[in-house]
Design a protein around this ligand. Structure first.
Ligand code: NPQ
Ligand code: MG
Length: 380
């Protein structure tokens, strides 16, 4: 397999509703879309970096720079026997996992299309439906939060995650438990607390949460291990798990009992599979995280979430919670039982609407495979 052409676009899509975390409130999503061509086929990879370096250090601009200057020249025109060769080929580039993942996942899509197989099959997936949960942002009032939870439970979602931060935590959980009883419930702090908050966080233990996600700093492992010793609620790490190696250290330290896998955070599908397998060996359940992806990245997530050890509902919800219209048609839908059907057409298996991509495009560049020895890249 050869990647002959790589197109990079910066897209902007309005969100159906604002989304607030402990680090920011967003009303639109800007992200890079990588389109690869090879052997007469076209494949896609969505980059999960954001405008700001608030969830992670990467941004759309850093990803644009690193893909253009360092990743494209290392993959264009190179003979690849399998997309698992992409991540090792990028070893010289330190970090920038979201930039790497966007290209690597597009390479898997290209490979799957060449094989005439849905991504789930080439990734080693074992199910044709995945369990769906929702992530509910910080709201303007507890009443508003209760209305949101009611709406999502009625839609069938299998578990509720609410975002928390200091000042929006115990009362928010109390509100959901008081109104909705023992529904599967978890919280995500996006690194908003410190170890000095341990006693405060232990007040959440009485609510029977399935987990507390990333309570402490974005790159911390040791403090999470200390916190886990003081909490009955299982800790799930998100931001801190930037590599398979970090996961090994976190598991050995007892820093978490559950891990959230986002392929963008670890550098793509191949690293996600390694992380998934590591967790399975250690009895650590995993679930698939979300980054407010369009239907393209959402479909990519659905395929990965079909692997065996994704045993908890993921942050992979219906398109309409985020984008209307989405970049794909039909959109991703959640059935009344809170599951999503896995696309069965080749590759991502969703149908992308080129016109909607064009209308969302803010910026575009094309890179082609080197002719003879001189690398050609031209902005268009
Ligand atoms: C999380 N996502 O699990 C992330 C955080 C997050 C669905 O809870 C733009 C880009 C906005 C990335 C908002 C969910 C974002 C973003 C939230 C990531 O921690
Ligand atoms: Mg999270």
């Amino acid at each position: 397999m050869q990647i002959e052409r790589l197109e990079l676009r910066l897209l902007k899509l309005p969100l159906v509703q604002f989304f607030e975390t402990s680090f920011s409130r967003v009303v639109e999503k800007q992200f890079l879309l990588v389109t690869l061509e090879g052997g007469g086929l076209t494949a896609y990879g969505e980059c999960v970096a954001d405008v700001d370096p608030y969830y992670s250090s990467e941004t759309n601009d850093t990803a644009w720079h690193v893909i253009s200057a360092f990743i494209a020249p290392r993959v264009l025109g190179v003979e690849l026997a399998h997309p698992r060769e992409v991540f090792p080929a990028l070893k010289a580039i330190r970090g920038h996992n979201m930039a790497k993942a966007a290209v690597e996942m597009a390479a898997w899509d290209l490979y799957a299309r060449q094989q005439g197989q849905p991504l789930t099959r080439v990734l080693g997936g074992t199910r044709d439906r995945i369990a769906s949960g929702v992530s509910i942002g910080i709201q303007d009032s507890l009443d508003q939060l209760a209305r949101k939870v009611e709406h999502e439970l009625a839609a069938g979602y299998q578990r509720i995650k609410i975002k928390i931060k200091p000042g929006w935590d115990v009362a928010a959980v109390e509100t959901v438990r008081a109104r909705f009883g023992s529904v599967p419930l978890m919280v995500d702090a996006n690194a908003a607390y410190t170890l000095a908050d341990a006693a405060h966080l232990a007040a959440l233990d009485r609510y029977g949460l399935t987990m507390i996600e990333q309570p402490l700093d974005y790159d911390d492992i040791a403090d999470h291990a200390a916190l886990q010793r003081q909490l009955a609620t299982p800790i799930c790490l998100d931001e801190s798990i930037k590599s398979v190696h970090a996961a090994e250290q976190a598991i050995a330290a007892g820093a978490c009992r559950i891990i959230n896998i986002k392929p963008g955070r670890v550098g793509g599908y191949a690293e996600s599979i390694r992380l998934h397998d590591l967790c399975a060996r250690h009895g650590i359940p995993v679930w698939h995280g979300g980054m407010l992806e369009s239907g393209i990245g959402r479909a990519a997530n659905i395929h990965l979430a079909t692997l065996e050890n994704f045993s908890l509902p993921g942050d992979i919800a219906a398109s309409q919670r985020y984008f209307n219209p989405d970049l794909i048609d039909p959109p991703i839908v959640v059935d009344a039982d809170g599951t999503i059907a896995v696309p069965q057409e080749p590759g991502l298996g969703v149908s992308i609407v080129p016109d909607r991509i064009d209308r969302a495009t803010l910026r575009r560049a094309v890179f082609v495979a080197p002719l003879a020895s001189s690398a050609v890249s031209r902005g268009v």
